[in-house]
Ligand binder design. Structure first.
Ligand code: TRP
Length: 459
């Protein structure tokens, strides 16, 4: 009924359906607010193309190897992200990697549900016609008056949590995965429509230059760490989400190939979102560094500039809400799987308790744009703190341990064995390179980026 049974039924189907099912499930976790909201806003805050370039390097050389590693751990152990380590290395502290993962799921959900609430509410705002009577340049006012309220954003955050919980408890994840499979391509088409309109606005070229012409002087340790954190967040890696999915992948599936497909398609969606947003930013004179509000300012403006824009806008926010919901299901599933399997809670209790904690502490993130906007911890609002800690610290530290575990504990023979499906696939050479990367390159690189991003070492 849940992802687990859904995915294990894939393994009984013939091979084509199976591969597509696995791809849809893993892509359904990866594609979400990260693509349409976080990637553009972080690109804008970190100076544009140089950040995009770093991001691509991080996805390819670090995010992708970590994803393959998680698949290997998951499929080898066939267990949730904590038990997997316990099974493969009994009586050793490696399982703490999985525990950190469960904590990361909470940290991410504290603010993710807030942003998902903004998206849900924008379905109704655009349908009600609030944007019809204003100028494109006034979309920022609509957003700031919404998020500076207290009850509106809280109401939507809790709606989001109720929806996600119902899906998890009712075990209709199955239907959701199937829905994602059909709806993701539609989101893709809508993004292309936005791109075409955005790219034909007067002054659009500036946005394209901003996105693709790197100014290397903008790179600092903190920028590199943000790009790395975003790569982990985007690919849903570093916390055991993909380990859990890996445990449901059939023995005949090509793990490295599926990971590569997820990474490439996910990155394409982010770039398409960037191509809709940045030309619009420059055409209408918005600020690229507008931060978390960027999506909610630019997207209504670009839809206002096209025929049938209102209909497309409603559709855009519906599809974004569905993508965000798919990603949240994969996030909530991590603690739920842990509480049910390790602590023997019922699925309903595990879901309700997790959701109540997420909604309770999540209030701090949501009120960061209103009454708590001046309450800073380590110089950040709660919203920014949860975001920064989860992506930049928890996921990256998790990534180090996942690489070390696969590279040194499982070792080359197990890697070659799992990645080649016991010698059936001919990918020995690539996987030897992979082994080298997860043993030396990725963990060392993550560690250095972490230290320099935190200002502990300077270049
Ligand atoms: N990747 C998703 C997005 O971009 C968010 C997400 C889902 C995630 N599962 C995750 C992030 C696990 C980190 C870890 O919206």
């Amino acid at each position: 009924m849940n992802i687990k049974t859904e995915l294990s039924t894939y393994t009984k189907r013939e091979s084509f359906t199976t591969s597509l099912g696995v791809l849809a499930a893993t892509l359904g976790s990866a594609v979400g607010l990260g693509n349409i909201w976080k990637f553009p806003f972080m690109t804008g805050q970190n100076g544009g193309a140089a950040f995009v370039l770093l991001y691509l390097v991080c996805v390819l050389f670090i995010g992708l190897p970590v994803m393959i590693s998680e698949f290997i751990i998951g499929r080898r152990a066939k267990a949730n992200c904590v038990s997997a380590f316990k099974k493969l290395e009994p009586n050793k502290p490696w399982y703490l990697t999985g525990v950190i993962g469960v904590l990361s799921a909470f940290l991410i959900m504290f603010f993710y549900t807030d942003v998902a609430g903004w998206v849900y509410s924008y379905i109704f705002k655009s349908a009600s016609g609030v944007f019809n009577t204003i100028k494109p340049t006034e979309t920022a006012n609509v957003f700031s008056s919404f998020i500076s309220g207290v009850w509106g954003p809280l109401f939507w955050q809790w709606v989001v949590l109720v929806v996600v919980s119902i899906i998890i408890i009712a075990g209709v994840t199955n239907g959701i995965e199937r829905m994602t499979k059909t709806l993701l391509p539609i989101l893709f088409v809508l993004l292309v429509i936005c791109d075409i309109r955005a790219l034909t606005l007067p002054g659009a070229v500036k946005g394209v230059v901003y996105l693709f012409k790197p100014d290397l002087s903008k790179i600092t340790g903190a920028v590199v760490l943000s790009a790395l954190g975003l790569a982990f967040f985007k690919l849903s890696v570093g916390m055991g989400c993909m380990t859990t999915y890996g445990s449901y992948i059939g023995d005949a599936e090509n793990l490295p190939r599926n990971a590569l497909r997820v990474a490439l398609s996910d990155t394409l969606v982010s770039i398409l979102a960037g191509l809709a947003i940045f030309p619009t930013v420059f055409a209408f004179g918005f600020k690229p560094e507008a931060g978390a509000s960027l999506l909610f300012i630019t997207i209504p403006a670009v839809f206002k500039a096209m025929p049938f824009g209102q209909i497309f806008m409603v559709l855009f926010f519906i599809l974004s809400a569905i993508a965000a919901t798919g990603a949240m299901i994969s996030l909530l599933e991590v603690p739920v799987a842990y509480f049910t399997e390790q602590w023997k809670w019922s699925r309903t209790s595990a879901t309700v308790v997790s959701a109540v904690i997420m909604g309770g502490v999540g209030v701090l993130a949501t009120l960061s744009t209103s009454v708590l906007s001046k309450t800073l911890v380590f110089g950040k609002t709660f919203f920014d703190l949860f975001d920064y800690l989860s992506s930049n610290i928890f996921l990256t530290v998790g990534g180090i341990f996942i690489c070390l575990f696969v590279g040194w504990k499982l070792g080359k023979q197990v890697i070659l064995d799992e990645a080649s499906n016991h010698g059936i696939l001919n990918n020995q050479t690539v996987m030897s390179v992979f082994t080298f990367v997860v043993r030396y390159v990725a963990p060392v690189a993550i560690f250095i980026v972490l230290l320099s991003g935190l200002g502990i070492i300077k270049f």
